[in-house]
Design a protein around this ligand. Structure first.
Ligand SMILES: *Cc1c(COP(=O)(O)O)cnc(C)c1O
Length: 371
């Protein structure tokens, strides 16, 4: 029971220290004609999902969605070709990652991950009272499997293709972690649809592996907030307990299910745009090189350009109507990031005219700087 004095204290003083210490997520959201800053699907949303949004009857939203999204879970099992796996869906894969940390990490436990990686990971770790332990990527942008395992952390988080570097981890390193980890392994495949291969099949090899994916990137449904995790049924049921019921709203549930269920044409939209993104990515990489920039190898729908001039370039791009994600203060263990003083630009891949606008803006910025 708080004393009278405590109850009168401002909310800030009453908050948990972990929460007090956290800033709100506040990326640059300046309105720009061309927004390449968040890796979403720049071609839009799948027609099958848009049809659901138009046709969903008003009466539907007066009721709760399904408890844990069973129809969507079934559709995901089919899509992932893992008929016997457990599936947990969530309000974005962020929700699944957060729930998994809550399910397995007791306050004070460690979560180790390759760095740099998805910026929400240390945030969710701290909110859940976990100790984030960053292990640098290797020089060839692989995860340092032996060092990760050697931390003995209760949870290990891997991300491939990795945000923000866009680089892919090797199968051998992932297998080493899955086979040798002391606790739970989370493998984030938010960009699986753009990668040369996926590793979700490993859930049949380890009961302690959770593979997370999302409808926010290739599936073009970021605004609806749907993500999922696949793993052994034993592991998934524990993540679901931590997640709680009714987390995917009824509109999102129907729209996401339709993309996986409405015949081959619905999914074909996703797959053909993912293919297009991969083709355009290669063209973009060549064009960036022609400008004297040096993007990291990408297996995703974005490219990462390490450069010490990142802030200047982002600023000039913004002035010319193109928004990219500026990264500063990244760890400098990787030689490319050391040379760039821990800075870089993350550029989303979309229809070519958007890429051309970005390239034109970059060329003008580099010219203005007189190099
Ligand atoms: C975008 C992204 C997510 C997905 O987030 P949602 O909550 O599903 O929108 C997860 N992991 C990584 C690495 C991402 O880049």
């Amino acid at each position: 029971m708080p004393s009278r004095a405590d109850a009168a204290a401002p909310p800030f003083a009453l908050a948990r220290p972990e929460v007090r210490a956290l800033p709100l997520y506040a990326p640059d959201q300046t309105a720009c004609a061309v927004d390449l800053s968040d890796n979403t699907n720049l071609w839009g949303a799948p027609p099958a999902a848009l049809r659901v949004l138009r046709e969903l009857a008003g009466a539907t939203v007066a009721r709760y969605p399904s408890l844990y999204g069973a129809p969507l879970q079934d559709a995901i099992r089919g899509y992932a070709a893992l008929p016997d796996a457990g599936v947990v869906v969530g309000c974005g894969s962020d929700d699944v990652l957060d729930s998994a940390m809550r399910a397995f990490g007791a306050p004070g436990d460690a979560i180790a991950f390759s760095a740099p990686t998805f910026s929400m990971i240390p945030t969710f770790a701290r909110i859940n009272g976990l100790e984030p332990v960053a292990i640098p990527l290797t020089r060839d942008y692989d995860i340092d499997a032996e060092r990760l395992v050697a931390t003995g952390a209760k949870l290990l988080y891997l991300c491939t293709p990795n945000n923000p570097t866009a680089t892919a981890a090797s199968r051998a390193a992932i297998e080493y972690v899955v086979d040798n980890a002391a606790g739970i392994v989370i493998l984030d495949e938010a960009y699986a649809e753009f990668a040369a291969r996926t590793h979700a099949d490993l859930v049949t090899r380890s009961e302690r592996l959770l593979v997370t994916r999302t409808f926010s990137k290739a599936f073009g449904l970021a605004g609806l907030r749907v993500g999922y995790g696949v793993g052994s049924r034993a592991l998934i049921s524990l993540v679901e307990r931590a997640r709680g019921p009714y987390k995917v709203n009824i509109v999102a549930e129907h729209a996401a299910t339709a993309v996986l269920r409405d015949g081959p044409g619905a999914l074909a939209w996703v797959q053909s745009h993912a293919r297009e993104a991969r083709d355009i990515r290669e063209r973009l990489v060549s064009a960036l090189r022609a400008l004297g920039l040096d993007p990291l190898p990408s297996d995703a729908n974005f490219v990462f350009v390490p450069t010490a001039r990142a802030a200047m370039l982002a600023e000039r791009l913004r002035a010319s109507g193109v928004l990219v994600r500026l990264h500063t203060k990244l760890p400098t263990d990787l030689p490319a990031l050391a040379a760039a003083e821990g800075q870089g630009l993350r550029i989303g891949v979309g229809p070519w005219p958007m890429m051309q606008a970005c390239l034109d803006g970059l060329a003008a910025a580099l010219r203005a700087e007189g190099r």
